[in-house]
Ligand binder design. Structure first.
Ligand code: NDP
Length: 334
């Protein structure tokens, strides 16, 4: 098996020196286990948190351990009666070409329902994050304005499209003109703003003439600064991620907390952080609804597929800088 292990903890941007590619023997599966070959590895922003020893909602990856991650894998050998060689499953095998997993940790995928890679994107964890955070926390109503950044990614693109299904106006924020064009043409957003434009705050204001009712927070930083003054009374802010901050070692600067709290009070804002697994009980409902929307073409998705496990570290660094264009996947085997 080829494996990518955590070699060192990065300060700032992760680079090749923080990863180590190794060969390891492929072990036979024990009772109740299956031997898997990785087809697709999902690269996700949360992995930056696992590389760091800082306190978070999950344990950090140990130094020298295989990097964690969701995978779509093929069963090669099975000692669990529910799986047979050739089955395709959703697994959490991490950054490696082969893995042994317990059968009860796997979900069998049906390639006839949707391309299997979607189990890592629109029909997987990122899609569920969008669906649960927007519908259970954001609760957009018809005619309201919903704003989301990282809007061409798997979370943001689903947020905007679900907002439109609910009759809201969707304003997407993305990096660069190509991504903004995709927001309008591929994903059907009502407006698209480039956060790198020098007059980004003014453009955002112009795109939200009736203010913002739901801001689905994916990025933090200067985008949040531009959004905050536009939030309406009773606005909801599901805090999903702060990807602009993940490579930032410390956040100094003036204390703006009192001003924030004053506005939370005077505008009756709801700012609510969440980790998607909180809503795990809703996963079957999500899968049914989202699979329907994808089949009907109401929710579209975009994938950015990089070939070869050895490409994962560089592709991952790019994800935190917006070099991906759609759900970032590594194709590890055909
Ligand atoms: P994306 O594929 O959207 O990738 C991240 C994107 O963030 C980049 O492509 C880039 O897009 C944008 N970005 C990076 N740096 C900045 C910056 N400085 N300012 C503005 N935008 C930036 O990732 P996902 O859809 O997988 O994830 C989106 C967010 O959701 C992340 O914050 C992630 O951590 C969070 N998340 C949270 C979960 C939860 O349970 N709470 C679960 C899953 C994801 P662009 O080029 O358009 O700027």
């Amino acid at each position: 098996s080829r494996q990518i292990r955590l070699a060192a903890r990065p300060e700032g941007r992760p680079g090749p020196e923080h990863f180590r590619l190794e060969e390891a023997a492929v072990l036979p599966p024990g009772e109740g286990e299956v031997l898997l070959q990785t087809l697709y590895l999902s690269l996700d922003p949360y992995m930056r948190g696992r590389m760091s020893a800082a306190r978070s909602y999950a344990q950090p990856t140990e130094l020298g351990a295989v990097m964690e991650g969701g995978t779509v894998s093929r069963v090669l050998e099975s000692r669990d009666p529910r799986f047979a060689p050739g089955d395709i499953v959703l697994s959490y095998s991490g950054w490696q070409s082969h893995a042994v997993a317990r059968g009860d940790s796997l979900r069998k995928l049906d390639p006839a329902v949707a391309p299997v890679s979607t189990a890592l994107g629109v029909l997987g964890m990122p899609g569920f994050t969008a669906w649960s955070g927007l519908l259970l926390l954001g609760q957009p109503k018809a005619g309201e304005t919903v704003v989301v950044a990282a809007a061409t990614g798997p979370v943001g693109s689903a947020v905007g499209q679900i907002a439109r299904i609910k009759g809201a106006r969707a304003v997407g924020i993305a990096g660069g003109p190509k991504k903004c064009a995709a927001l309008l043409e591929e994903f059907g957003f009502d407006a698209a703003i480039d956060h790198r434009a020098p007059d980004f705050p003014e453009q955002l204001r112009a795109a939200c003439p009736r203010g913002i009712d739901v801001y689905f927070e994916n990025v933090g930083g200067p985008v949040w600064d531009a959004v905050f003054p536009l939030l309406n009374e009773f606005a909801r802010v599901p805090v999903c991620g702060l990807v602009s901050q993940y490579n930032v070692a410390s956040t100094g600067g003036p204390d703006r907390l009192p001003g924030l709290m004053r506005e939370v009070l005077s505008r009756s804002l709801t700012i609510r952080g969440f980790i998607q697994r909180e809503f795990a009980a809703h996963r079957p409902e999500f899968l049914e609804e989202m699979a329907g929307w994808v089949a009907e073409g109401k929710v579209r998705y975009r994938e950015d597929v990089v070939r070869g496990l050895e490409q994962a570290p560089e592709a991952f660094a790019g994800l935190l800088e917006g070099r991906n264009f759609g759900k970032l996947l590594v194709q590890v085997a055909e």
